[in-house]
Write a protein that binds this ligand. Structure first.
Ligand code: FAD
Length: 424
């Protein structure tokens, strides 16, 4: 991997002092607001984390700068700015673990690469163990992680108690018997990731076109010639789609039916509290995960809403379910006041794992199926999608993330760490 850090210096401490003395009149918008050109080499549909990362790596790693990112809303308005900010690479299966570990390594160098403070915080992630069978499963998962170059540490109950004394250890139904820790996991400020990638891509000549909806694809004799948009037709040699929760709707415009369903996932933030939660904690006996933001808010979430939807808001039964999980794990949470909550639309594939692949239509590529695990994948996904479109070959860590696995029966049905479509 070649990380270049080409924007060095634009946000230096010296610059901040100089601008403060000058009344902050010298700052320029972080990215331009261009009108679309008639044609590009590559169009990326969707200005979320994955689309912007793809554009950045196309320009910085593969030298392709005739690139437009077409976004129907605004940068950061989709799931990239709605998630619970957790990054990790604690998967079990071959198709997933090398990919997510590659992505975690990219997170570790991201701020230098973009010269942007994305608040990458490797405060660790702890998956709690509640039964002997679960300990066996987590030991196996930890070993798989280490075989792929990731870090993993199996903790007993006393070690967990020393780090998180506030957990409900002696709960009769769900006693805490230990945990699987990944110290390099953690959190990243989600919308800063979109802004950082947007700024870096723009500085290399990528056009980021907001408020422009892709309404169709111009396809002739099996080849994609460009996209129809609310600002007119834009031609491209290649088109890559990375629209997350809208994957099914957008690819239907190219006549494709995907093995993907859309669901809503909600996130919750409490009032600001003194530091209490050291890293990310996940409940192993229910679906609940929590961390604490630098501002002090408890950031948490749980299951997706139990039906298909394109609405970016959730419903009360899931709120109750998530809060029950929180209360079972750490009863003290019942004293915190909930400040805000929101929903995002998830693209769940039928084995819960993502897809990065070309389609049967020449020049049309697809990236999706990330469901509620795609934030941590942002750098790896962008890199692999850029690799695919620039070289027309699959990156070695993404070889199993292709459409044909559904045809061949080689599913990557990762249980307990990713989305589980059979449960919803
Ligand atoms: C509540 C919640 C919590 C989550 N928590 C985590 C977590 O802790 N860790 C983790 O790894 N993942 C998490 N995720 C999942 C993660 O956020 C997503 O998988 C990931 O962000 C999806 O990729 P993206 O950033 O490119 O998507 P988005 O930001 O949604 O980008 C897609 C973009 O495509 C645009 N678009 C759609 N249709 C069109 C069109 N026709 N024309 C042009 N543009 C279009 C949309 O406007 C959108 O901006 C969570 C998601 C949610 C909702």
């Amino acid at each position: 991997m070649r990380i270049t850090g080409q924007n060095s210096g634009r946000y230096s401490g010296l610059r901040v002092i100089r601008e403060a003395l000058g009344g902050h009149r010298g700052w320029k918008p972080a990215w331009r607001d261009p009108e679309p050109k008639p044609a590009y080499d590559i169009i990326v549909v969707g200005g979320g984390g994955h689309g912007l990362a793809t554009a950045h790596y196309l320009a910085s790693q593969f030298g392709v700068t005739s690139v437009a990112v077409i976004e129907k809303g605004w940068i950061g308005g989709g799931n990239v700015g709605r998630n619970t900010t957790i990054i990790r690479s604690n998967y079990l299966l071959d198709g997933n673990e090398p990919f997510y570990e590659m992505s975690l390594k990219l997170w570790e160098g991201l701020e230098q690469d973009l010269n942007y403070n994305a608040m990458v915080s490797q405060r660790g992630i702890l998956n709690l163990i509640h039964s002997d069978a679960q300990r066996d499963a987590y030991r196996r998962r930890g070993n798989a992680m280490m075989l792929n170059g990731a870090d993993a540490e199996l903790l007993n109950a006393e070690q967990v108690r020393a780090e998180c004394p506030f957990l409900n250890f002696d709960n009769n139904r769900f006693p805490i018997k230990g945990g699987l820790a990944q110290r390099r996991g953690g959190t990243v400020r989600h919308d800063a990731v979109a802004w950082g990638y947007a700024r870096a891509a723009d500085s290399r000549g990528v056009d980021i076109i907001q408020n422009c909806e892709v309404t169709g694809f111009r396809i002739q004799k099996g080849k994609c010639l460009g996209v129809e948009t609310s600002k007119g037709f834009i031609a491209a040699k290649k088109v890559g789609v990375a629209v997350a929760g809208n994957s099914g709707k957008v690819m239907a415009k190219a006549g494709m039916r995907l093995p993907i369903e859309s669901h809503v996932l909600q996130a919750f933030v409490s009032e600001g509290l003194k530091p209490i939660i050291p890293g990310v904690i996940t409940f192993g006996a229910g679906h609940f995960y929590i961390s604490q933001s630098d501002k002090g808010g408890l950031v948490f979430g749980g299951d997706i809403d139990g039906y298909n939807s394109y609405a970016q808001r959730g419903n009360l039964p899931t709120v109750e379910d998530v809060c029950e999980g929180g209360m079972a794990l750490m009863p003290m949470i019942g004293r915190a006041r909930l400040l805000r909550m929101w929903g995002g639309v998830m693209d769940m594939s039928m084995d819960g794992s993502p897809i990065i692949d070309r389609t049967d239509i020449d020049g049309l590529y697809f990236n999706g199926g990330w469901c509620y695990g795609g934030f941590k994948a942002t750098p790896g996904s962008g890199w692999c999608f850029a690799h695919l479109m620039a070289t027309d070959t699959t990156h070695k860590t993404a070889t199993q993330l292709r459409f044909d696995r559904f045809q061949r029966g080689y599913m990557i049905d990762e249980k307990g760490s990713g989305a589980q479509p059979n449960l919803h």
